[in-house]
Design a protein around this ligand. Structure first.
Ligand code: ATP
Length: 213
């Protein structure tokens, strides 16, 4: 049987426990041996990250140094064009051949926005979506059409993720972490403690670099 490959994309400005801990719990629950973290190159029309690409990459490398589940993929950072998840995931499908099960991991907030993403339907043709719980976000989609779309793709069958190549949405029962990068940047600006929110090595790096002041 083909091993399910999973990719976790984001801005990671900075990476925090709300990224790492739900995905580790997910991996345990659905038997994933590896998760590829792929920081994105933010499109010019979106607010730019405060940390540079190099700094976001360095923080991720520190965060995953003692977390063997994760590997880092720099391909989007190395491009100087905007990252569209659809293009990245379509390319990943091309490289992997038609049969290999692939999954893209997102948080509940990203699921709610997903129907507005560029070529979102083609993303589901390329891979499954695995959704981690995130406090503060609705559980239902924004309208009936989007809810129907979700229900057409939903599965509760972990085995389906490991056998079918793409097309399913799985709502994982991961633990809730009320943490966002926005909140961390804000707390650092106000000199509030962030020790419970992100790995110590990442926090040390932020201090050394004078980031988020
Ligand atoms: P920001 O506050 O800057 O918007 P963020 O904390 O939401 O950032 P991103 O890098 O935008 O972090 O998120 C990358 C992915 O991780 C997204 O799919 C997002 O839904 C998910 N994610 C982020 N924080 C959490 C969390 N606390 N729980 C579950 N998923 C999360």
């Amino acid at each position: 049987m083909d091993q399910l490959q999973a990719l976790f994309g984001g801005t990671f400005d900075p990476v925090h426990y709300g990224h790492l801990l739900p995905v580790e719990a997910l991996a345990e629950a659905i038997n994933l041996s590896r998760v590829i973290i792929m920081p994105n190159n933010v499109p010019p029309h979106r607010p730019q990250p405060e940390a540079s690409s190099q700094q976001r990459k360095a923080m991720l490398a520190l965060a995953i140094a003692d977390r063997p589940l994760f590997t880092l993929d720099e391909r989007e950072l190395q491009r100087d064009t905007p990252s569209y998840s659809a293009e990245t995931l379509e390319a990943w499908r091309q490289e992997s051949g038609p049969a290999r099960p692939l999954a893209f991991i997102i948080g509940q907030d990203s699921l709610l926005n997903f129907p507005t993403w560029y070529r979102y339907d083609s993303i589901l043709s390329a891979c499954h979506l695995i959704v981690c719980r995130r406090p503060g976000y609705a559980l239902a989609m924004r309208d009936a059409t989007q809810q129907r779309w979700l229900e057409q793709h939903l599965t509760t069958d972990v085995q389906a993720l490991h056998t079918l190549p793409a097309g399913k949405i799985f709502l994982a029962q991961t633990p809730w972490f009320d943490i966002s990068a926005t909140q961390i940047r804000q707390r650092l600006r106000e000199n509030h403690a962030c020790d419970d929110l992100l790995p110590p090595a990442v926090l040390d790096y932020i201090m050394q670099q004078g980031l988020y002041r």
